[in-house]
Design a protein around this ligand. Sequence first.
Ligand SMILES: *[C@@H]1O[C@H](CO)[C@@H](O)[C@H](O)[C@H]1NC(C)=O
Ligand SMILES: *[C@@H]1O[C@H](CO)[C@@H](O)[C@H](O)[C@H]1NC(C)=O
Ligand SMILES: *[C@@H]1O[C@H](CO)[C@@H](O)[C@H](O)[C@H]1NC(C)=O
Ligand SMILES: *[C@@H]1O[C@H](CO)[C@@H](O)[C@H](O)[C@H]1NC(C)=O
Length: 341
Amino acid sequence: MHSHLLFAALASIARASPTQGARGCREVQIPVTVSVPRFHITTSVHDNWDATALSFNLTRRDFGSAEFPLPISGVTPGPVESNYTVGATVCGHGGPTLVLTHGIIESKLYWQPNLSDAGEYSFIDAAVAAGYTVLSYDRIGVGSSSKVNSLIDAQFQVETAVLDSLINYAQTKLGSTKVALVGHSYGAYISAASAAQSPVDALVLTGFSGTFDFFGPFVAGAGFRVARIQDPGRWGELDAGWLISADLYAETYAYFAEPFFEHRVAEWSYGVASEPFAVGELPSLLNTTIVYGDITAPVLLLQGQYDVSACGGNCAGVLEEVMTKLTGARVVERVDDLPAG
Ligand SMILES: *[C@@H]1O[C@H](CO)[C@@H](O)[C@H](O)[C@H]1NC(C)=O
Ligand SMILES: *[C@@H]1O[C@H](CO)[C@@H](O)[C@H](O)[C@H]1NC(C)=O
Ligand SMILES: *[C@@H]1O[C@H](CO)[C@@H](O)[C@H](O)[C@H]1NC(C)=O
Ligand SMILES: *[C@@H]1O[C@H](CO)[C@@H](O)[C@H](O)[C@H]1NC(C)=O
């Protein structure tokens, strides 16, 4: 997942101009209003015993079946309105624009690592050097965005509505002439759902296979712990339904494949860039039907071959099924053999 997919694809550009991206970037706070129905999510996590029990529930063989359904008891009768502030990094001034959505246990730093000697790993620097404006943002609840409730706010369809608002922000406030969505992992699902309901010019899905068949090893291997207990200094303000991986090696299992990464990148990712995910996110994603056939923009699927959460550690052939569902897309291209986890 933290594969160096896009980094690899654009590395040569980045090497040509390693620092150009950072210079034109600014941090912005974007107010958004969303109004969508909310699921009633019935799980409740107070401590690490609960986090462990939740991991067991999510990885049971019959999870999601009629016998052991998703922890959802229903949905609100109508939309619920909320205002959030989204923390974003904007590089560039309009024109063709990429809107980047990171995955779970990540933050917007994923796209622009600030470890030393990171030029080759910065997707943003490469994209800016190639002439794009880039908007990368922290998902609600995470990093520089508003702190939100892990059950009520941090739901998939709410996050999709946030991305819809950011597309509008790019078009109306940044002077974007074209908008492409680029998502990683859980952020790829948000990007796909948004592209199915908002007109965009292109969609790039990374760390994504369109199937949840391989979530078990990811959930079990990450060893989820309550973030506010794990590191009160970083996450003490979050409610107990925000979870983070147990340690550096658990996170490495979930995101990196030996020998295709530098250990210092995993260390930086765990120590600096990681942010918790909320217990409302996975059930609400699983309870949402993304209509892939409604996506009309060209789609690029970019996949590390050894991705655990998307493919169970081997992507060969796994993306075939979702490709057959992208019936409305003008073009669908796939690269699924990049040497990365
Ligand atoms: C796990 O599932 C059981 C059985 O449905 C449920 O009673 C329990 O609350 C669940 N635990 C968590 C933490 O969601
Ligand atoms: C959200 O913000 C708008 C504009 O400031 C305001 O009119 C509305 O009442 C707010 N909604 C909520 C739920 O706070
Ligand atoms: C990288 O960014 C994080 C989050 O903004 C910050 O805490 C950290 O000090 C930065 N590290 C460097 C080396 O700039
Ligand atoms: C969402 O959850 C409800 C309640 O468990 C269930 O009846 C419904 O079929 C689910 N929908 C999807 C698309 O999974």
